[in-house]
Design a protein around this ligand. Structure first.
Ligand SMILES: Cc1ncc(COP(=O)(O)O)c(C=O)c1O
Length: 402
């Protein structure tokens, strides 16, 4: 075992409440650690005031905590401070970007995306395409459901204005070769938007090295609170990016017939933000950094390989994805509906996801209406894997009787 799971679990109060829980749904949302929860409590109990506007001590303290959180997030992905915009989460971030291009794209323009996308990555661009008549092109997946650079080159052309791509699919779990795709996209002048919701909890992301134009992720999948996320926007793009929302604290001057905006990131954070969320997320980032993302990857890989070896040998189990880089297993058992099978897991206090995972395009590609999905993280151990595998067999045998 790479990580000391016993020690790690002490950080997660849910294990005190529910010592036998087997939590295998981190790809949906991670469990929440005490230091992060304490930080939320600290803000609400000791401060609880607004930021950027108060001229008294506790307002300054809250503002400092919020802005220090921004610096922490910037360091985490090697961005500059002004390139980190706090949002509600990945969905909010990705919609913000797509809305901007509603005014920019037209019928001769093309958008490239893939069937791997989560609905929050795909639907905003389907909307843009429908409203602007810009053409949506899909990268053809290879036989194992992967995006390859070669297939990307087949759809990339001089009319490509935007590439919207997930770094890791929430169903397949594999890394997409985004760095090379970004390099090629820039050769034709296209902007690249990276959905890093599944990548950020597992891998070191370096936006300077990747050279992406936008990148989005959510706090709640990486030990942080829900309702907070990040939009990274390259500083050179911020000037011409018009705010999507208008309101308090994002302007310099307002008159009856005019307004001028603050610089990024403030012009993109109209209204009172999720102050506690941002501060809490910074603490989660500290925790993940202390554990080390390399160790997270090694730990998750160990559990994944151990489980897959067992699962592969169970008759009646169909595994849809292979060689996941982020500990995701998408599978079904015999002809049992995933929701029926999930009831057996639930009875055994095992939390797995069942459904279409908000990614119907890849489900269709896989030829499945819905699947079960198990996903591993830092608080899982071999005993979780064993209980999971035993429940797979139990579910198969139980429903075979009918
Ligand atoms: C790949 C991917 N993109 C986007 C999202 C949306 O994230 P959120 O619901 O936090 O906005 C998810 C959530 O499951 C995801 O897995």
């Amino acid at each position: 075992m790479i990580l000391d799971v016993e020690k790690i679990r002490k950080l997660f109060p849910i294990y005190e409440e529910n010592p036998n829980i087997v939590y295998l749904d981190t790809a949906a949302s991670s469990l929440k650690p005490t230091p992060m929860i304490n930080t939320l409590n600290h803000y609400y109990q000791k401060l609880g005031v607004n930021i950027h506007r108060g001229v008294y001590k506790i307002a300054h303290e809250a503002t400092d905590l919020y802005e220090n959180a921004r610096t922490k997030l910037a360091d985490f992905i090697n961005a500059s401070y002004e390139e980190i915009i706090f949002t509600k989460g990945t969905t909010n971030s990705l919609n913000m970007v797509a809305n901007h291009y509603l005014d920019i794209l037209g019928p001769n323009d093309e958008i490239i995306t893939s069937e791997l996308e989560h609905h929050s990555s795909f639907l905003p661009w389907l909307n843009v395409s429908q409203k602007t008549q810009a053409k949506l092109n899909f990268i053809e997946l290879d036989n194992s459901g992967k995006v390859t650079v070669e297939a990307f080159k087949q759809v990339l052309n001089q009319n490509t204005k935007v590439v919207v791509i997930t770094a890791v699919s929430n169903v397949m779990g594999n890394n997409v070769p985004i760095k090379e795709m970004i390099r090629l996209a820039h050769e034709v002048g296209a902007h690249v938007i990276v959905d890093a919701a599944q990548a950020a909890p597992h891998q070191k992301l370096d936006v300077k090295d990747l050279d992406c134009d936008y990148l989005a992720f959510s706090g709640h999948k990486m030990l942080g609170p829900s309702g907070i996320g990040i939009l990274y926007m390259k500083s050179s793009l911020a000037k011409s990016f018009t705010p999507i929302e208008f309101g308090g604290e994002m302007i310099n001057k307002v008159a009856k017939d005019s307004m001028t905006f603050k610089e990024s990131p403030y012009k993109f954070e109209a209204g009172t933000p999720n102050i506690a969320g941002a501060i809490g997320l910074a603490v989660s980032i500290d925790l993940l950094t202390e554990i080390g993302l390399d160790n997270v990857t090694k730990h998750v890989d160990t559990l994944y390989n151990y489980t897959i070896e067992k699962l592969k040998n169970i008759e009646g189990v169909r595994i849809y994805n292979h060689n996941s880089d982020t500990g995701i297993i998408a599978f079904n058992i015999d002809d049992i509906h995933p929701h029926d099978a999930a009831s057996i897991f639930d009875k055994n206090n095992i939390c797995v996801r069942a459904g279409h995972h908000c990614a119907q395009l890849i489900l269709k590609w896989l030829g499945a209406e819905s699947t079960l999905r198990a996903s591993f993280y830092i608080y899982n151990d071999f005993s979780d894997c064993d209980k999971f595998v035993e429940s797979v067999i139990e579910a198969r045998d139980f429903f075979r009787k009918f």
